[in-house]
Design a protein around this ligand. Sequence first.
Ligand SMILES: [Zn+2]
Length: 253
Amino acid sequence: MRAVGLHEDVIAVTSRVYATACVLVRHEAEAFCIDSPVFPDELEILPAIASQAGFTVVGLLTTHADWDHLLGRYSFPEVPLGAAESSAARLVNEPGRAQLRLREFDDEFYVQRPGPLSLPGPQRLDVPGYIDVGSASIELHPADGHTADGMAVWIPWARVLVAGDYLSPVEIPMISEGGSVWAYLATLRRLEPLVEQAEWVVPGHGGPIDATRALAILREDRAYLEALPDASLPLARRTQAQKDIHAKNLARR
Ligand SMILES: [Zn+2]
């Protein structure tokens, strides 16, 4: 797992699996943990990374309700989870789904957890909207299309965009169950002006990237989606795993 300081108030953590992103954001005495790493040792060390940097985590946020972004309660079991209204609805409508997908992953890779994933009902956040962190606010922007739910988080004073599962340097646009090409393109349109102002963009998978690279990925992703079903994969993302995602996109379109 890699942890990188993007700003004195922002730490980006990248999991060893799927290069899944977790972002710690602080203002004054309060910090939030957005999304999560995946492996138990990564989740176990996260509180120490936060406290050594002087981040007091008072809340968890999730960019969307896919299981690999929901594991923060293993690190911070006492703090509440906030999610977009759309993600909270998914968690209610798909009870046990995240736990099931986590169990499938753990079974495949022989991963042992200290216990089952507990996900008490999240606090529902209005998106678009704001949440206070210390005396500052972070902005929540709708980000659906990958799935039916989701939000991106803009940290204005650090100019960091936590994008959720968009703008990934390692993964092509993935239209999962509930998602749609149309909604995905609308999200890219909403994210574009934020990317243009960003110092760093942290996609859900692939590690932090600068705005220039994120803009290039945004354009590639838009071109890919607009060219479906005949789209060719972006040059840097043509692995077998990405071809498999492409085949699923074609089936779901
Ligand atoms: Zn994901």
